[in-house]
Write a protein that binds this ligand. Sequence first.
Ligand SMILES: *Cc1c(COP(=O)(O)O)cnc(C)c1O
Length: 421
Amino acid sequence: MTDLITRRNRTIGPYSPLFYDEPLEFVSAKGVWFTDVHGEKYLDGYNNVPHVGHCNDRVVAALCDQASRLNVHTRYLNARVVEYSEALLATFEPRLERVFFGNSGSEANELALRISRQLTGAKGLIVSDFSYHGTTISLAEMTTGLKTREPLAPHVRALRIPDLDADPRPEDEVLAATLADLDAAIESLGEAGHGVSACLFDWLFSTEGMPRLPQGLVAGIAERVRAAGGMVIADEVQSGFGRTGTHMWGYQRVGLTPDLVTLGKPMGNGHPMSAVVTSAAVMDEFGPNNEFFNTFAGNPVSAAVGQAVLDEMAERGLMEQARVLGETALAQLRRFADDHDFVRTAKGAGMFLGLEFVREGRPAPDLTKRVVEAMKSRHVIISRIGRDDNVLKVRPPLAFGPEELPRLLGALGESLAELDA
Ligand SMILES: *Cc1c(COP(=O)(O)O)cnc(C)c1O
């Protein structure tokens, strides 16, 4: 293993992070279980890309079958990609009836920004002050949630998203203060001559640590951005595809009607796929002015894979399962919060769950780190998020089932008890 780390450092480099003090090396996976080089099994409570399960039979069969027949770009007629587009768009409101395909979340967000810039004639952007939307230059220049050398671009304003669980002020005061911050940001973009092209948020605010928002914040943001001439973008790369249990798309959970929706991670169960979903009006304004072509995106193999993901989700009722299991899990996490002084709150939306750790009222990232390691020693994979890295992140494949949940929660209970000792 040491040898492999050395070789890794000498090739892909030491800056691409590895999880854990002692990294794990997996050789195979099936469903929600990994197997490492020693033949040890690990329960996956973290990875959202293998949405319908690692190496899912239906997805693998669809991929192999289509790859052995035809794989070509979208400049020839192909029923597969049209059928998949219809199936995907059927999961959206009728207003969102057009799709551009891409290969990564970054590509999707980049295209959404490009569209909003062209359609509004403005450049200004509003993001959250602890967020991540991808790897391109324009996305790096608006990254606030991890390290990038690029400073925030002059046309970007970062809005602090409040968390009622951690904010002592009354809810209406928090709401008013945040919307006042937004008004100031919009005004300063105007004064600088950038105007407002869009706001781009993951409306579950996953990277931010799933803050509890004041009532009316989401509507207030959308209203102000639109009044300033901007478009509303929903980054569904993390919160989409039924993750929250109650809605196929995270923006639906907060009652938003976005102009552009970007999809990624779980879309192809590990096969690189992404999309921008929008209205016919938006596409009809962008389309004639730009000959948009993407070599790999929307090919028949990707379409077959994407279709298999949707079919598997529907047939196994995975979104509903996430709702039911998520409720059970959240109830247990709330008991943990009651039982341990260092757990301030339990957070949850379907199978996206978190526990926030504090010590004397301050964020305690050392404790989340210890729990993540303690869970590893119990062969359960989880991680942590939030601006202070003090929120435990439990976000397993959506295929995570009722048989596995007690295992995860049991290991978590033991790991928390270890901190008490
Ligand atoms: C991972 C991620 C992206 C970027 O997706 P890539 O496929 O890595 O380019 C964008 N937005 C969110 C919310 C993400 O989590």
